[in-house]
Design a protein around this ligand. Structure first.
Ligand SMILES: [Zn+2]
Length: 79
């Protein structure tokens, strides 16, 4: 897992209460990643998941049905 740094504003969260991890819709490449992640000893951060600070978490949640690249674009347009 990546350290909790907001994907939108780059704020680093020290308290996990201040942030949330959002899992977006998986792209074909993400399904490939999932297969690799099932192998023993694999450590990594899911490419379709991202951290958001308290301010951006609600917004990110609204777009979790989109892929991560689409969602980030939408959120950035709004902020
Ligand atoms: Zn943020």
């Amino acid at each position: 897992m990546k350290p909790p740094i907001c994907e939108i504003c780059d704020k680093r969260m020290d308290e996990f209460d201040d942030c949330g991890l959002v899992y977006f819709k998986k792209r074909p490449s993400d399904l490939e990643w999932d297969k690799k992640a099932e192998q023993p000893g694999f450590v990594g951060h899911p490419p379709y998941a991202a951290w958001f600070c308290k301010e951006h978490y609600e917004e990110a949640k609204k777009f979790e049905h989109l892929t991560i690249s689409e969602a980030l674009q939408k959120i950035k347009e709004k902020t």
